[in-house]
Design a protein around this ligand. Structure first.
Ligand SMILES: [Cu+2]
Length: 238
């Protein structure tokens, strides 16, 4: 019996490695820690999406909701862009014991982009007195499509492979979020000034992917030196 368990465990690891990125990631103590800081901006002047009219559950949801598909700040800075290193194979350990919260509050997913380590728990919460629905459109991970009435305050969810997963509530069509399942800790989301930071990065030259739901994605090379900060400025063109 013990032999079988070991064999099955090995097969499981092989399968999850094949479904995820091509590089297996190894967590270890980082002796020389570099950093990457940066800002993401939009090229040109992309139009801001209009607020969305609410046609149901107005007592909880209000009469309109802000569109979150493109949020620009000063100087065309872009909120909610996802940054990740795509070719890092070794660095600080991935926190697979983490519990990350994704709330549904006043008929919005909060936050609009959430990073959860592969293997960790995403606690999908309903803070509203009405029923929501959590529907993920994933390819690498098993999709979820679950109603969440107020009697089910938390749906714990795990992801097995790295993926940016479009997620929505089918009851309230404006409710959308992006769940970023991360296979290593070097992921970040830009804040409302378009800024991000990656800490404890081992020295090296990396490919960095910058993705935004409306503006698309691009890659950029970044070289990180020991005990120093590499500064990156990125312009996303639609
Ligand atoms: Cu909903």
């Amino acid at each position: 019996m013990r032999t079988w368990l070991v064999v099955l465990g090995g097969v499981g690891l092989l399968i999850s490695a094949a479904a995820g990125s091509s590089l297996a990631y190894e967590g270890a103590a980082v002796a020389e820690k570099g950093r990457v800081s940066g800002i993401v901006k939009a090229a040109g002047k992309p139009p801001a999406p209009k607020p969305i009219e609410v046609n149901k559950d107005q007592a909880t949801c209000g009469k309109s909701q802000p569109a979150e598909s493109l949020i620009l700040g000063a100087g065309n800075s872009v909120k909610n862009a996802v940054i990740r290193l795509t070719n890092i194979s070794k660095g600080k350990p991935l926190d697979t014991a983490a519990k990350v919260m994704l709330d549904q509050a006043k008929c919005r997913f909060v936050p609009h982009v959430v990073i959860v380590p592969v293997g960790a728990t995403l606690e999908i919460k309903n803070s509203d007195p009405i029923t929501h629905n959590v529907h993920t459109f994933s390819i690498e991970n098993d999709p979820i499509n679950k109603a969440q009435p107020k009697t089910v305050p938390i749906i714990p969810t795990k992801f097995t492979a790295p993926e940016i997963v479009k997620t929505q509530c089918d009851i309230h069509k404006w409710m959308g979020t992006w769940i970023v399942a991360a296979d290593h800790p070097y992921y970040a989301v830009t804040d409302d000034k378009g800024q991000f930071k990656l800490a404890d990065v081992p020295p090296g030259t990396y490919q960095m992917e910058i993705w935004h739901e409306t503006l698309g994605k691009m890659t950029k090379e970044v070289t990180v030196k020991a005990n120093a900060e590499a500064s990156v400025s990125v312009e996303l063109k639609k």
